[in-house]
Design a protein around this ligand. Sequence first.
Ligand SMILES: [Zn+2]
Length: 156
Amino acid sequence: MRFMNHFLFSLLLSLAGLILFRPSWPLLYLFLGLVSGLLPDIDESRSFLGRKIRPVGWLLKHRGITHSALPVFFLGFGIWLVTKDFVFVYMVAVPYSGHLLLDSFTKAGIKPLLPFSRRSVHGPFRTGGLFDRMLQFFWLFIIAFLMVWAIQLFLP
Ligand SMILES: [Zn+2]
């Protein structure tokens, strides 16, 4: 999926997290959720985050280990051990998993069980294709709704 699709879906999941858990630092958690949802593509040196930390893209194969359940587990568990903050865990693990879910709909797919299994999960859709663009519109509608809800919750 394209950057914008991942960005919007991360925004949607992060807003849902804010509404569910009402943390005291909503903007910090929102930022965390957005970065987490874009993090898997750090293995692609032309991606938004990959361009900023290029050597990662040179070292890792695109849609390899960063597009598997392993980093979700380690990040989520590691953050829980250090912070004991469930909202923090949500804001990292859920948008990250959302990215993997979206990529699993594409023809290229992902290998969720790397490095233990090379079995891939993929769908019929092309990155940048009609489904990719239609999903972005769908996310926008939900985001608008969640945004109004979140603003009402957090503004005095
Ligand atoms: Zn990806």
